[in-house]
Ligand binder design. Structure first.
Ligand SMILES: Cc1ncc(COP(=O)(O)O)c(C=O)c1O
Length: 299
């Protein structure tokens, strides 16, 4: 597959309040966010022209910035409107959106109190993270890197710096012939994949690790709600590596991954089953409901 570089595409990117031609949305090399990872971002998906859970993503973006010690100089309403405008300007209906905020180039040292905070929003067509592999179930290797403790890194933030160990883990997994990696937490218990939360079926119940040192994903919470609506028992708890052999189904949940069945984790093999399939279908139906339909269901 030919790769189209991300800096050489047609289209428009929202940058600090203006719609900029895609190729002109550039930064200086002495940007604090590049040197010290002072950036926070979101990953969103639009389905049929509606951005799924847009306000939740925007609120998390703003909260992530606050955790890194900065205020994004745009309100949630303004950010939501900018996301919708990017989608429309690029004539996208089904798309992935990437808002990102970062510290600028006014200061370049560890201390960066007086940097300007920038915000950019891009959108592009991006089918499921795992592409054609998804329905077959993806294969996960075990990551060497562990999710850090919440007093070691700002783990509640969707901060760029936290993805360094994600990239290393994913590259290691790919080099070993897997699709992705399952990461443990700092205690050695199961955490999540490199860009999605993990779910396990034990005795017909849906279990997922408690998100104490990784993102409590918006998709994760949505899937838990869908499972409860189906009268499934949902349990958040510490899940030990030893328990991997007892799971009957495993799946991932995330904005990019959506609901993706897992077929292999290291030496363990799973057959995607009815619980995974039900939740996958329920999620696909929910994301394509119009906002009015969602509201009327909630009422
Ligand atoms: C590391 C990581 N965990 C979990 C998730 C799932 O979060 P969400 O469902 O909010 O997209 C993501 C994706 O954003 C992620 O990058």
């Amino acid at each position: 597959m030919a790769l189209v570089p991300f800096d050489d595409r047609d289209g428009w990117i929202w940058l600090d309040g203006a719609m900029v031609p895609w190729r002109e949305a550039k930064l200086h090399v002495l940007t604090h966010g590049l040197h010290y990872a002072s950036g926070v971002f979101e990953g969103e998906r639009a389905y049929d022209g509606n951005i799924f859970k847009l306000r939740e993503h925007t609120d998390r973006l703003i909260a992530s910035g606050k955790i890194l010690g900065f205020d994004i100089p745009w309100t949630a309403d303004e950010i939501d409107a900018a996301c919708a405008a990017v989608l429309a300007k690029n004539n996208l209906i089904d798309a992935y959106l990437r808002p990102i905020a970062w510290r600028g180039s006014e200061m370049l040292a560890v201390s960066a109190q007086h940097t300007q905070i920038h915000l950019a929003i891009a959108a592009w067509a991006w089918p499921n993270l795992f592409g054609d592999n998804r329905m077959k179930g993806v294969r996960l290797g075990m990551a060497k890197w562990r999710r850090p403790a919440p007093d070691t890194a700002p783990t509640a933030s969707k901060a760029s710096g936290l993805y360094m160990i994600g990239t290393l883990s994913k590259h290691q997994a790919e080099a070993e012939g897997f699709d992705d990696a399952l990461m443990l937490d700092y205690k050695g218990d199961i955490a999540e994949a490199t860009g999605a939360n993990a779910f396990f079926v034990f005795n017909g119940e849906v279990h997922t690790p408690t998100p104490l040192c990784f993102l409590d994903g918006i998709t994760r919470r949505t899937v838990m709600k869908l499972a409860r609506t189906r009268q499934m028992k949902v349990v958040e708890r510490t899940i030990k590596v030893d328990e991997l052999k007892d799971a009957t189904e495993v799946f991932l949940a995330g904005t990019a991954a959506e609901v993706t069945p897992v077929r292999v984790i290291g030496e363990h093999t799973y057959i995607p089953g009815t619980i995974t399939e039900t939740l996958l279908n329920d999620y696909e139906a929910l994301v394509r409901m119009s906002p009015e339909e969602v509201a009327s269901r909630a009422a």
